[in-house]
Write a protein that binds this ligand. Sequence first.
Ligand code: NOJ
Length: 525
Amino acid sequence: MTDNTGWWRSAAIYQIYIRSFADGNGDGVGDLAGVRARLDHLADLGIDAIWFTPWYPSPMDDGGYDVADFRDIEPLFGTLAEAEQLIAEAHARDIRVIIDIVPNHASDEHRWFQAALAAGPGSPERQRFWFRPGRGPDGSEPPNNWKSRFGGSAWTRVPDGEWYLHLYSSRQPDFNWDNPEIRTEFEDVLRFWFDRGVDGFRIDVADGLVKDPALPDVADGDETPFSDQEGLHEIYRTWRKIVDSYPGERVLVGEMWLADMSRAARYLRRDELHSAFNFDFLVCPWDAARFRDVIDRTLRAHDEVGAPAAWVLSNHDVTRHVTRYGREGDTGFSFANRLHELPVDRALGTRRARAAALLTLALPGGLYVYQGEELGLWEVLDIADELRQDPVWARTGGKDPGRDGCRVPIPWSGDEPPFGFGSGGAWLPQPEEWKAYTAAAEAADPDSMLSLYRAGLRLRRDLPAGSLEWLSLGEGVLAFRIGTEFTFALNFSASPVPLPAGEVLLASGPVGTELPTDTAVWLKS
Ligand code: NOJ
């Protein structure tokens, strides 16, 4: 495989949520065999790397982010030998492989948590997690007021009376990173997978590993004692040394939802992580000035540390962007408020999603494509309550519908569910309308979302590198040049505007002498 310096600086990385990508053995759940059979779809799409969400043995309380063993493959997905084969097959197609690492917490079925439960209060086994006595005369109150990000308290009590911390579900106990054993363990896990050929890691909850050991109460919304603690940088410097000790260019990508972009950029200094998802871009409402602002802030913060930006529109945690953009008004995405009750104009959302794809593909840096976004899939909003699996649904008492709607299995071909996903149905029901959105149907249609992504991914390889210079083409029009020959324009305003001069390389919708509303264009000029 080629070893071009800095591949990750401009890479298009495709996110595979394995359970929902393709099912090779007919049990209704996606697996590694399914991915192997579909690698050509990814090669044809033109991506540079795959990021796999966790593939480790897991009781699947949180879709695999509850890891029971960091050195094996979930049996529902396949075997370790198969994972190694898959890595080799991807490499043979010049596709790199990034896997998820989940260092903030384990599954309650992890052997260390089971040992901690068995060993009892005060034991070294309990020091690997955050066990504490409760408050109140009989210890029946949690040790502090921290909330789980999935709803409810962040503490659960065990039969001997102690409580353990979990920032996510009660089946995801948080590791204690003050314990050197945890550090050594994860350094070894990194090596285990690098030795098997992976090209990098996406670090789950990268901002959360280190906690203020005083475990102080917090005011509502304050995450200071468990997010962005200074001690994290030392951990990532150690990890970076391991990464750099391997041949080829292997990478670390952080998942961090930090409010302050320049704080986030500190993790991207040259001896720490390579990149981090740009979630400010993801949550930006459909508005030219807001997009310009977030792009400016991103490029500035990243330039300061010499890191590339990584643009992202969707992932397995957020409402799919066809749906988000199909809501009128100032509806940026927020975890606290999924807005599922608002009406969705899907045609509008699709038009905007096409324009957003061209924006994302044109911006300097790298980008992520979440499986199904290249088909223009939308959030499935009408999943029956009894089928919902995301713990967010149960932990909020149904107030938050959770993330199942963006995790519905991918339609590949055919006229009826499961649309070629596998021979044994699909673990979440797919909408009937997806027959027009299968990969096969879209491959045959030059105007489909898939054709747009393919063309965009192919053409972007030849776009000039360089810094972005804003153009003023009127209010509501986001336009910039890169280098001397490339112009991008996206019309967010309510009326058409004159098409900028130049030869149209690609457009997200029909253009003539004018650039219509919610349409983007790439021009050679
Ligand atoms: C972020 C992951 O993307 C999400 O799916 C998961 O639930 C949490 N981290 C906890 O691991």
